[in-house]
Ligand binder design. Structure first.
Ligand SMILES: [Fe+2]
Length: 135
């Protein structure tokens, strides 16, 4: 599976959120690589757990900014973040159960969720935050 390539088109205009997105993409790419090279499911589930923890911190930060600046799509974002967390917890469980093969759907989901979320949803706050001095 092709990895995600972070370039300027992924920039949401807020430096620390961009940094976190880059870290998340690195973790997702590590998982994609593990899938390709058929790494042990235990290692995959550990990495998945780490990514979910990191993503949770990131969502908290994003939501904190949204509340602070009164971002109109806060509730929608919160809902999407919750859905992502729920789904990855399910994936972690599934990965722990399947001892040999990890379902490919996990990697497809991670890749498309992050790409869509950053490029379509997060991108909507770029102008909003920048106009209010958050960069
Ligand atoms: Fe978000």
């Amino acid at each position: 599976m092709e990895k995600i390539l972070w370039d300027e088109s992924f920039s949401v205009g807020v430096r620390d959120l961009d940094e976190q997105h880059k870290q998340i993409i690195i973790m997702v790419n590590t998982l994609i690589e593990m899938n390709d090279t058929k790494v042990d499911s235990e290692i995959i589930s550990d990495t998945l757990t780490k990514m979910t923890r990191y993503a949770t911190d990131h969502f908290n930060k994003e939501e904190h900014y949204m509340l602070e600046y009164g971002y109109p799509e806060y509730s929608l974002q919160k809902k999407q973040h919750q859905e992502f967390k729920r789904k990855t917890v399910d994936f972690c469980m599934e990965t722990m159960i399947h001892n040999t093969a990890v379902p490919i759907a996990i990697f497809t989901y991670l890749k498309s969720w992050w790409t869509n979320h950053i490029l379509k949803d997060d991108m909507k706050y770029k102008k909003f935050f920048n106009e209010r001095g958050l960069k």
